[in-house]
Structure formats: structure tokens, C-alpha cells
Design a protein around this ligand. Structure first.
Ligand code: G4P
Length: 527
């Protein structure tokens, strides 16, 4: 296969969802249908086994969760799919957001009994910012949920996103009969005996004429009306609009009983976005099929062994061909790095990789030279526009158990913040002393404490701060002055010396915007 074909057949995507919507289940079923695993149940089992054997982080063991996200690569229908998993626990972190910088499409998974939940909304906002194409999957149809039309309205209203249903459910819960393909009007029959779907189920099909006998006259009439309504509403699917992030194709199913998964998988393989270009800091667009190799680091997984400060840097290949053992320049430091032990990932098994193409994720052995956001390239050492940081929602400060360790703490915090574990905010005039820590997810503080203890031998006491909102400050200087002078707002500086306001409510943010002259506030770091 030539280079262009390799690029064209790649699909790099992530699943975004609120906890418990079924992300783990769906991931596993996608792997099952892609024949990458033979029996569902193994991902979870493996995850559990892994966290007791090799996960270095004690909190992972204590809580039985996997804090770090993983990458799964598998083939389907001639396409190479890279699925970037985001942390599966109830908490989440900046890693989750950053993962979305490395994909070309996202699957937005929802529990159809819950609809758009807070985490769905947040993650979707990041997708929108990146103009990522989003495929929607409504899960758990084997249970009762909201009315399908209500769900469509929710997505339109809460996310301001057009949806184009690809299929439509015939009933739900114990009355769930199957899905109608809206283009062909073919019905895929739901196998209610479908157990808990550890193996592939060959779905039976029927024509639309049979729908009435399946669901009964009354339900048939209702569904026919629904179908008419959605066809009239006319958010028709077009690939261009989907790829531009303007319309989201909508699928329904039950991941647990394997239903509707194949339709989703085959859509992803066929229609999801192929690897896209990336923009450099200098404004140059680097296309995937350029000769020169480029990539960027979107995530760093800390060491498995607490005695070493090495770890794995996850790099997304942007252009050119990656080959094991090649030399690459780090754009930030201009250091040359030999990429000698690259890994790819299959169902969380790591294996050495010889070659990788745009869209692929490669795990690089990191001795501390790489940071999140770094660009690697052969040649002159370009830099891609950075991965922005997102406004944290949890804040605190650290108190040292042994005050003599202040220097070591400053050092540790600096390194861990560069790695992206935590954000630091400094009080103007106080140098790097006693910064505020900010995190998108509360668990990040525990990760920080644990790593300070294990890797830097520093014990700290975490003190929660009362802030719950942070915004980068822009606009007129008078706006900033207003914030400095007004009770209820604390102005600090981020890693680059940019002003950030900390406060404790959305109300305060709106009040500032209304009253501070010329003030602008951003919830993403200006780059
Ligand atoms: P997450 O990664 O998004 O957090 O969700 P996960 O897949 O772990 O699923 C959350 C719960 O929802 C699990 O139940 C899972 O079995 C269930 N689930 C997933 N898909 C479906 C579906 O299509 N239909 C129904 N009815 N349930 C579904 P649990 O009781 O928390 O765990 P388990 O005991 O099943 O492992």
C-alpha cells in the first residue's frame, strides 16, 4: 500500500460521554465487531488485572480505576482505526480534553434515559472549539428512556448542534424491536434474547412493510409520524457538513446487547474524518501527506516505576512516515531525540512499532525531555500551535510538612505542571512562591500529591481554596484594574505571566463582564 493510501485509510477518534453512559462497553463492542478481541468482557477484566499488577500509582490500585488513558488500534473494513480512550473513572482531567486535540472525529455517547449530561456538554464544547466532526450514539435502548424526538431536541437546544438521524428506534425497553435505517427503510431486528452480548450477533433484517406486525398498529402509527417529522425537519446528512462539524449523524442502539454497534463502526470506518492538517505557530499548514515527518505530544504518562522519572509520551503523527530509530528535533528545545523504542497499542497491549502513518499514535519512551504540546519533526524543528489549557474548576494550595523542603517542592511543582498534571497560578509580586494549584478534575490533586511523595519525597497537605472559576483576562486594561480593585475577585498569573481571575461563581463572572469596562474573559488559555 502506498503512503497516500495508508493516510487515507486512517480514522483517529475518541468517545466522549458522561460517566456511566457506556463508554467502556461500547469501546469493547467496537473491538469485538472489528474482531480485535474475540470475547467481550476482556477489556474490563484486563483493566482490573492490570491495575493490580503493574499500575504504579497507588491510587489507581486503591480505587480500582485506571487514571491514564490508553490508545487502541484496530482494523475494520480495510480502514485502520485509532481509538483514543479517555479516563473511564467518574473524575476527569485535562488529559481528557487534550486527547481531543489528537483526534479527527469524536463519538458522542449518551444514555438515552439521561440525554445531554454536564460532562457531555463540556466535552462537546471542546469538540466544537476544534470543529471536530461528531457522531452521536444514543445508548441503552434495551431500557426505557426519553422520547426519541425529545432527545433530538435536547441535542439541538443544549448543544446547538444539528442532528441527522441515520437510523431510528422501533420502541424501547421491553418493547424495543429494532432500528429502521432511514435511507433504505430496512429494519434491523433486535434480538431480545441477545444476552449480554459477549459475542457478535448477526442481526436479522426485515423490510419496513413488516414493521406494523412487529410493533403493533398503534406503535406503528406513532413511529410513522415520527419518521415523517424527522424527515420534514430535514437536517439531512451530508458528508461535507459532518466533516465541518455542522451536523452530527445520529445512531441508536444498545452497546450491552451489541445492538447498533456494527452500524456505528461501519459508519466510522467509512465516513469519519481521515487525518487532517495541523497549523504551526508560524501559521503554516502541515498536511498529512507531506514528506517530512511531524508529530506532537498530547499526553505524558508518568513512570511505571516510581524510582525513575521516565515514562511514555503519546505522540500523534501529523505528517510523513514515522520509522523506528529515526532522529527527530523537539521544536521547543531544538534537541535531537532518537526515537528508538516506539510503541503502538492494541487493546492495551503494547508492542514495538516499526512504522506509523499520519493519524497514528506512537508511544515514545520519555526520559523527561518531552513535554505535553511538544512538536517532533525531522528537519528544521517546527512548532505546532500549542494545545491550550482549559480553565480549571478546582483550586487549592499546598502546605509542606517539612518547611525545609520548599525548594524541592517548587522544583517538583514546576516539572509536574510542565507535564500537565496540574496548573499553577502565581500571586503577582511573590515570584514562584506558594502558587495556587488548579485542576479540571479533583482527582488531579491526588495524583499530584502521590507523585510528589513517590518521586520527589515530599509530603504535603492539600488545602482547598474557595474558588471554583478561573478565566484568562483580556480586553481593556481598565477591566483588569476593576477586577484587581473589586472584592470577590483574585487576579493571579499563569505560567506565561498572563493575568487570570479566580472567583467562586458564574454569577461573579457575569457581574464582572457587565461592570468592568472593556473586560473580556476566556475559559481557554489564549495562545
Ligand atoms: P462508562 O465507561 O461510560 O462509565 O460506562 P460502562 O461501559 O462502564 O457502563 C456503565 C453501566 O451501564 C454498566 O453497568 C454497563 O453494563 C451499563 N451499560 C452499558 N451499555 C448498556 C446498554 O446498552 N444497556 C444497558 N441496559 N446497560 C448498559 P454496571 O451495572 O455499572 O456495570 P456492570 O455490572 O454491567 O459491569
Amino acid at each position: 500500500m502506498n503512503f497516500e493510501d495508508e493516510v487515507r485509510r486512517r480514522r483517529t477518534f475518541a468517545i466522549i460521554s458522561h460517566p456511566d453512559a457506556g463508554k467502556t462497553t461500547l469501546t469493547e463492542k467496537l473491538l469485538l465487531y472489528a474482531k480485535a478481541i474475540h470475547l467481550a468482557g476482556s477489556v474490563k477484566a484486563k483493566r482490573a488485572a492490570r491495575s493490580t499488577i503493574s499500575d504504579w500509582m497507588k491510587i489507581e490500585q486503591e480505587r480500582g480505576i485506571s487514571v491514564t488513558s490508553s490508545v487502541l488500534q484496530f482494523n475494520y473494513d480495510g480502514r485502520a482505526l485509532n481509538l483514543l480512550d479517555t479516563p473511564g473513572h467518574a473524575d476527569f482531567s485535562e488529559d481528557t480534553f487534550r486527547t481531543l486535540a489528537a483526534v479527527d472525529s469524536a463519538v458522542m455517547l449518551m444514555d438515552h434515559a439521561k440525554g445531554v449530561e454536564p460532562r457531555t456538554l463540556k466535552l462537546f464544547e471542546v469538540c466544537r472549539m476544534r470543529r471536530l466532526p461528531v457522531v452521536t450514539f444514543m445508548n441503552k435502548l434495551d431500557r426505557y428512556g426519553l422520547h426519541p424526538l425529545e432527545l433530538v431536541d435536547q441535542v439541538r437546544d443544549k448543544l446547538d448542534l444539528e442532528v441527522a438521524p441515520v437510523n431510528w428506534p422501533l420502541g424501547m425497553g421491553t418493547d424495543f424491536k429494532g432500528l429502521v435505517n432511514l435511507a433504505t427503510r430496512e429494519i434491523i431486528l433486535y434480538e431480545s434474547e441477545g444476552r449480554h452480548g459477549s459475542e457478535i450477533v448477526e442481526a436479522e433484517r426485515a423490510s419496513f412493510d413488516e414493521a406494523e406486525s412487529l410493533v403493533g398498529a398503534e406503535a406503528f402509527e406513532r413511529i410513522s409520524e415520527e419518521l415523517e417529522l424527522i424527515e420534514d425537519a430535514g437536517d439531512a446528512f451530508s458528508r461535507e457538513r459532518f466533516l465541518a462539524g455542522d451536523v452530527s449523524p445520529l445512531f441508536w442502539g444498545s452497546a450491552m446487547s451489541n445492538f447498533g454497534v456494527e452500524e456505528l463502526l461501519s459508519f466510522l470506518a467509512k465516513e469519519a474524518a481521515p487525518p487532517g492538517p495541523r497549523i504551526t505557530e508560524a501559521g503554516e499548514e502541515i498536511k498529512p501527506n507531506e514528506d517530512r515527518f511531524t508529530g506532537f505530544v498530547f499526553k505524558i504518562q508518568a513512570n511505571m516505576n516510581p524510582r525513575h522519572r521516565d515514562g511514555i509520551a503519546f505522540m500523534r503523527v501529523v505528517s510523513g512516515k514515522f520509522e523506528r530509530g529515526m532522529d527527530a528535533v523537539i521544536g521547543r528545545s531544538k534537541e535531537v531525540l532518537r526515537l528508538s523504542k516506539p510503541h503502538t497499542f492494541m487493546a492495551q497491549e503494547r508492542s514495538l512499532v516499526e512504522k506509523a502513518w499520519p493519524g497514528d499514535i506512537v508511544g515514545l519512551y520519555n526520559t523527561g525531555k518531552l513535554r505535553v504540546g511538544d512538536t517532533l519533526s525531522n528537519g528544521s524543528g517546527i512548532k505546532f500551535a500549542g494545545i491550550p489549557r482549559f480553565a480549571p474548576e478546582h483550586f487549592g494550595q499546598l502546605r509542606l510538612e517539612d518547611p525545609m523542603r520548599r525548594k524541592a517542592l517548587d522544583n517538583g511543582l514546576e516539572q509536574l505542571s510542565q507535564e500537565g498534571v496540574i496548573q499553577l497560578f502565581f500571586t503577582p509580586g511573590q515570584g514562584r512562591q506558594n502558587p495556587f494549584l488548579g485542576a479540571v478534575g479533583i482527582l488531579q490533586f491526588e495524583v499530584l500529591k502521590e507523585r510528589l511523595r513517590n518521586e520527589y519525597k515530599i509530603s504535603v497537605i492539600f488545602q482547598k481554596a474557595s474558588f471554583s472559576r478561573a478565566r484568562w483576562v483580556g480586553g481593556e486594561p481598565e477591566g483588569l484594574e476593576w477586577l484587581r480593585a473589586t472584592h470577590g475577585y483574585r487576579v493571579v498569573e499563569d505560567r506565561n505571566g498572563l493575568p487570570v481571575v479566580l472567583t467562586d461563581s458564574n454569577w461573579n463572572l457575569s457581574y464582572a463582564l457587565e461592570n468592568a469596562p472593556g473586560l473580556e474573559l476566556y475559559d481557554v488559555e489564549p495562545l
